[in-house]
Write a protein that binds this ligand. Structure first.
Ligand code: SF4
Length: 476
């Protein structure tokens, strides 16, 4: 089933090939970073991060800043959840957390606040709106004390929303507080599916807050869905898609639910006999692509669809799309400073991750230290492979000539082993290769993770069973 993606001829199309997906599907990373987070080690410490900031400063700090704030709390557990969250109704926990978070922001602000303007801010979790209006306002004011933010039209200021936690009025307040992009967790509109995953979210609630976001002037409204949840089938998915399309969001993400109860305790509450089988999942995915493409959405890549005039689709057409820990972004090459428990920063050629438990996070801050627990300094080889994976994920093509100009390599020699694997993928129809270009085919686009995995130096040593233990989901 080939699907023409949009009316704009330059926009990539995507082709669903069930037999190929069945053949190629395997465990693999989502490449929000390369090397992936399982390569971070505790040999990387605060001193390495300070050095990375200094290097960025010494090089003229040309890149703008991107700030990520992690709020780990949620009121109630969704059974499918694989996030780093803390379920509690005790609001005083958030009070305590905020005092430490602000202390971390003070440290980061002193260190890097003057490096450049902030063009991106993202609040994720957990549930960022676990914080009250006042707490949110106070936290944003704190950030503005240390960092210089680009104007509303130049910056991308986004927040993840659980519609069950907000009112239309709260949405308007978030806009006046400075957010201009918003993403709503929906997962599925079907009442039975919602019950099966312990996330009862009336349709009217979601539609009312979406409407409020539109009226409040949010630039981009996004909806997150999941396929593969218990009680889902092609009929329920079709009904949910019809409602989503009618709600007219600018972006839609459709994630593949990876049932890994051995790794994620909360998933053990899901009745396995209610999960759709692999064939039904494929049918649902096929349906999503067909319906969203027919409704005019462009396939951006890796679960993401956007309207052709949305900034993501425009950035992709112009070759400016970027991928980071929050997924796709229009702001390439920003230095990402992340605050909060378990948050991951990307500064210069390093990644660093904060302590993962509240106790450890608080203790490090009490000691007057940045709460960095682990990370990695990228080698030249890592940087080269990272740019390749980035290009493939964002543009579905790679200019071999440009790479040879930018790096002192001859592609055919440096990647001789990878070329053999790429040729096998070419035979399967995922891509085409010549001396100048690697081009991903429409049916290869859904399997982009498989293609990127060829360039992942760290995967070679890991057998399939190990990949599963590393919390990688299936590539499709
Ligand atoms: S899915 Fe979101 S709201 Fe639900 S428990 Fe996980 S982080 Fe919290």
């Amino acid at each position: 089933m080939a699907v023409a993606a949009t009316a704009l001829s330059l926009v990539p199309s995507v082709q669903f090939d069930a037999a190929l997906i069945r053949k190629m599907s395997r465990q693999g990373p989502r490449y929000t970073s390369y090397p992936t987070a399982d390569r971070f080690t505790d040999e990387f410490a605060m001193g390495d991060y300070l050095q990375a900031v200094n290097t960025v400063r010494a090089m003229g700090s040309r890149n703008s800043l991107s700030i990520y704030i992690h709020v780990p709390f949620c009121d109630k557990l969704c059974y499918y959840c694989a996030c780093n969250k803390i379920i509690t109704k005790n609001r005083s926990k958030a009070e305590v957390y905020l005092t430490y978070l602000k202390r971390e922001i003070d440290m980061q602000g002193k260190l890097a606040g003057d490096l450049n303007t902030v063009t991106q801010l993202h609040f994720g979790g957990g549930t960022p709106t676990y914080l009250s209006d006042e707490q949110m306002g106070d936290l944003l004011a704190h950030l503005r004390r240390w960092f210089r933010f680009a104007t509303d039209d130049a910056g991308e200021y986004s927040i993840e929303i659980d519609p069950r936690t907000v009112t239309p009025e709260r949405i308007r307040t978030l806009r006046t507080q400075g957010f201009n992009r918003i993403s709503f967790g929906v997962q599925d509109f079907d009442a039975e599916v919602q019950k099966a995953v312990n996330r009862i979210q009336p349709e009217e609630t979601t539609l009312a807050v979406m409407q409020a976001a539109r009226e409040a002037g949010f630039r981009s409204i996004s909806i997150d869905l999941i396929y593969g949840l218990p009680k889902q089938n092609v009929i329920t998915m079709d009904q949910t898609l019809a409602k989503v399309i009618a709600a007219n969001p600018d972006r839609i993400s459709i994630y593949n639910y990876a049932h890994m109860p051995a790794l994620f305790k909360s998933q053990r509450q899901i009745a396995e006999d209610e999960l759709p089988n692999a064939e039904t999942k494929l049918d649902m995915l096929s349906l999503c692509i067909k319906r969203l493409s027919a409704a005019g959405y462009v396939y951006i890549g890796m679960d993401h669809f956007a309207k052709p005039n949305d900034d993501l689709a425009v950035a992709q057409r112009q070759g400016r799309l970027h991928r980071n820990f929050q997924g796709y972004s229009t702001h390439a090459d920003a230095e990402m400073i992340s605050c909060g428990v378990s948050a991951i920063s990307a500064v210069g050629s390093t990644y660093s991750q904060n302590e993962k438990t509240l106790d450890a996070y608080y203790e490090r801050i009490e000691q007057g230290e940045l709460p960095i627990a682990r990370g990695i300094k990228l080698s030249v080889d890592d940087l080269l492979r990272r740019i390749i994976i980035q290009m493939l994920m964002c543009n579905f093509e790679l200019s071999i000539r440009s790479l040879e100009v930018a790096y002192p390599i001859t592609f055919a020699n440096y990647f001789a082993t990878e070329l053999e694997q790429l040729r096998a993928l070419e035979t399967d129809g995922l891509l085409s290769l010549d001396e100048d270009w690697l081009t991903v085919s429409p049916k290869g686009r859904l399997l982009i993770r498989n293609i990127c995995m060829v360039f992942d130096r760290y995967l070679g040593a890991k057998p399939e069973a190990k990949l599963e233990r590393l919390r990688y989901s299936k590539t499709i």
